[in-house]
Every structure is written in structure tokens, then in C-alpha cells.
Design a binder for this molecule. Structure first.
Ligand code: SF4
Length: 188
């Protein structure tokens, strides 16, 4: 595992607050800073993570405190709890099945549940064998290290989920990553 620290998502944290991240500091001894979205917010948050690493701390800090309350948004949390319930497990592309990692719409709101309305039985979308999205997601390798990065897998012809959206780790590396590495890939 090559992950030294995390930036927490400001938009999600605006609803859930900072408490749900505490296990990352307690159990995994990694710093996490909930970050805002302006360029200075991101830079400030990276600096806060680095300061924790330099000082040997692993804490949950809130850089986006102007928007994110540590306790979350009570009204939004109540609305989410009213409509959704925890699933026993959920199958994630690249990561496999993880217990209690997703939600489903409660039966009281079944009329609005696309999953019930348009049931497609037993559909599983396997990634092509050459894809290493799971390893990138888990921080085991960097996007550049995937065998098909920038060759068979590009934003124009994505093979894996991380290259599809511009927010995906591989798409971001492709667009903003080290230009020297990109030139090496082009030559290979
Ligand atoms: S998105 Fe493409 S380049 Fe990134 S890990 Fe998956 S297959 Fe590899």
C-alpha cells in the first residue's frame, strides 16, 4: 500500500461530516484532510496532509470548515436515512464485493426505484483482463504502471472505469501527469 494520506471529498462531507473518516486515522494511521474545491483549498489541504506526515500525526482535519460541519447536516442525513437502507454487500468494479458498502432504496419508496423497475438479472460487467483498475484504486500501483495506460486505454478509447470520466485517476494522469512519462509512453 503506497497511500500516505488522503484528501477527503468536500461535497460528500458537507452531508456526512468528518466523523465517518475517523477509522482511517485510528485503524490505518493515515492523515485525512477534508478539502474544498478552489485551487487554494486543494493546495492548503495538501500542505495540511504533508504537515501531519512531517510531524508524525495521523488525524482527521477539516480544511473546508466554512462549508463542512464536523457533525454533518442533520436534515440531509435524516432524508438519506428515510429513503435508503444499508445493503448486505455490494459488488464494485475493480474491487469486488464489499460488505455493507452500499445502500438501496427502502421499499416504501419502491415506486421511485429504477433497480426494481428495470431488473436485469445477474448482470456482471467484468473488466478486460489487461485492466489494473483495482490496483490503481487500492493505491498498489500508479496509473502510469498499468500495462495498457496511454496505449490500449486512453480517454478517447477507455478500457477501464478510471479512464472514462475526466475525474478518474487515470484520465487525470493522462491529462496532467508528468509530460516526460507521457513522451516515454508515446515512444514505447
Ligand atoms: S483505467 Fe485503463 S489505464 Fe487505468 S488502470 Fe484501468 S485499464 Fe489501466
Amino acid at each position: 500500500m503506497q497511500i500516505d494520506g488522503f484528501l477527503g471529498p468536500g461535497h460528500v462531507s458537507m452531508v456526512i461530516g468528518t466523523r465517518p473518516y475517523e477509522f482511517i486515522a485510528k485503524h490505518y494511521k493515515r492523515p485525512l484532510v477534508v478539502a474544498g474545491f478552489e485551487p487554494l483549498d486543494v493546495l492548503h489541504s495538501v500542505w495540511m496532509v504533508l504537515m501531519q506526515i512531517v510531524e508524525g500525526r495521523a488525524e482527521i482535519e477539516n480544511q473546508y470548515a466554512r462549508i463542512v460541519p464536523d457533525e454533518g447536516n442533520d436534515e440531509a442525513l435524516a432524508a438519506v436515512a428515510e429513503v435508503f437502507e444499508l445493503r448486505e454487500f455490494f459488488e464494485w468494479r475493480g474491487l469486488g464485493s464489499i460488505d455493507h458498502s452500499g445502500v438501496r432504496v427502502r421499499k416504501e419508496f419502491a415506486a421511485f426505484d429504477a433497480e426494481r423497475k428495470f431488473t436485469v438479472p445477474d448482470i456482471k460487467i467484468a473488466d478486460p483482463k489487461s485492466c489494473q483498475c483495482g490496483e490503481v484504486l487500492k493505491g498498489v500501483i500508479k496509473p502510469f504502471d498499468c500495462k495498457v495506460f496511454g496505449k490500449a486505454c486512453t480517454p478517447e478509447m477507455p478500457l477501464g472505469a478510471l479512464m472514462v470520466s475526466s475525474e478518474g485517476a487515470c484520465a487525470a494522469y493522462y491529462q496532467y501527469g508528468d509530460p516526460a512519462r507521457m513522451r516515454e509512453l508515446e515512444k514505447a
